[in-house]
Design a protein around this ligand. Structure first.
Ligand SMILES: NC(=O)c1ccc[n+]([C@@H]2O[C@H](COP(=O)([O-])OP(=O)(O)OC[C@H]3O[C@@H](n4cnc5c(N)ncnc54)[C@H](OP(=O)(O)O)[C@@H]3O)[C@@H](O)[C@H]2O)c1
Length: 272
């Protein structure tokens, strides 16, 4: 597609969303950078203008339908807003944690997308870009709520890829690996499972292994944003793409092997 018309990004106050909003403005879209607190986007418009781009900030909380206002002329929706939480063992994770996570990562994305589709159709087509996670591809212990919320979006994206194709709306799933953001920084410590004696060894191994596996592979958000913008603009991009070396490698491995084979290889990282 050509870089024209409106691109709306959710969760653009910081991290990947902020970087994608700026990158899409640089490429030529009129960007609506949405966020829960517009004050967090104070410098964004000027930063985009300095790079020759057009960007305005708007309030949008994906869990509050009244704030989900979709502009006419929409051509790209980037469903980026997402949350993580503590990761205790499954048996010690209250239902409330699941519900809160799904409220943003799944239902918020569903409602935003539902409202955006008529505008994308009226524009003659466009792109819905869902930001999930490469952790879907790895059986990470203690990550049930987060991984399953992203896996729900993966399945929703597959369905929409077909359902929206007749309208020229292309659905894209970006599956980041470790990107240098607040969310990654929050996860740079042992999970809450380490406080549960029956699971402490696995939690410790998981933390140490994670440090080893991601060493040297953490990608700056602006680099990831460039790859995300490339995929948005590429009409031949596959449904799923990575946006950093680790996620690209994981996707390649996942595609090259059977589900069982890949799962067995990955489980070796967590078990004795
Ligand atoms: N960083 C990684 O390594 C990584 C890896 C895999 C997947 N991801 C995914 O990438 C996306 C962006 O993550 P990030 O690393 O940039 O995280 P981040 O730095 O924590 O930023 C998360 C963004 O989501 C926004 N948000 C949270 N709840 C929201 C809501 N109800 N309505 C609107 N916005 C909301 C936050 O807004 P506030 O500023 O208001 O809190 C913030 O802008 C997420 O979907 C995440 O799951 C990230």
């Amino acid at each position: 597609m050509d870089a024209s018309g409106i691109a709306l990004v959710t969760g653009a106050s910081r991290g990947i969303g902020r970087a994608v909003a700026l990158e899409l403005a640089r490429r030529g879209f009129e960007v609506v950078a949405t966020m829960r607190d517009p004050a967090a986007g104070g410098a964004l418009t000027a930063e985009a203008a300095a790079a020759g781009g057009s960007l305005r900030v708007a309030r949008l909380d994906v869990t509050d339908p009244e704030t989900i206002v979709v502009p006419d002329g929409l051509r790209v929706l980037v469903n980026n807003a997402g949350v993580e939480a503590e990761h205790p063992p499954f048996e010690a994770t209250p239902l409330e944690v699941w519900r809160t996570m799904y409220e943003t990562n799944v239902f918020g994305l569903v409602e935003t997308t539902r409202r955006a589709i008529p505008a994308l159709r009226a524009s003659g087509g466009g792109v819905v870009c869902n930001v999930t996670s490469s952790s879907i591809l790895v059986p990470v212990p203690f990550y049930g709520p987060y991984r399953s919320s992203k896996a729900a979006v993966m399945a929703i994206g597959e369905t929409l890829r077909v359902e929206l194709a007749p309208f020229g709306i292309r659905v894209l799933e970006v599956m980041p690996g470790p990107i240098d953001t607040d969310m990654l920084a929050e996860s740079e410590r042992p999970t809450a499972a380490i406080d549960h004696p029956a699971y402490a060894d696995m939690a410790r191994r998981m933390f140490e292994g994670r440090q080893e596996r991601t060493a040297g592979l953490v990608t700056p958000a602006d680099e990831a944003a460039r790859m995300i913008a490339d995929a948005i603009l590429d009409d031949d991009a596959p449904l799923r793409v990575g946006c950093d070396p680790l996620s690209i490698g994981l996707l390649d491995g996942w595609r090259a092997t059977s589900d069982e084979e890949f799962m067995r290889a990955m489980m070796g990282a967590w078990l004795d």
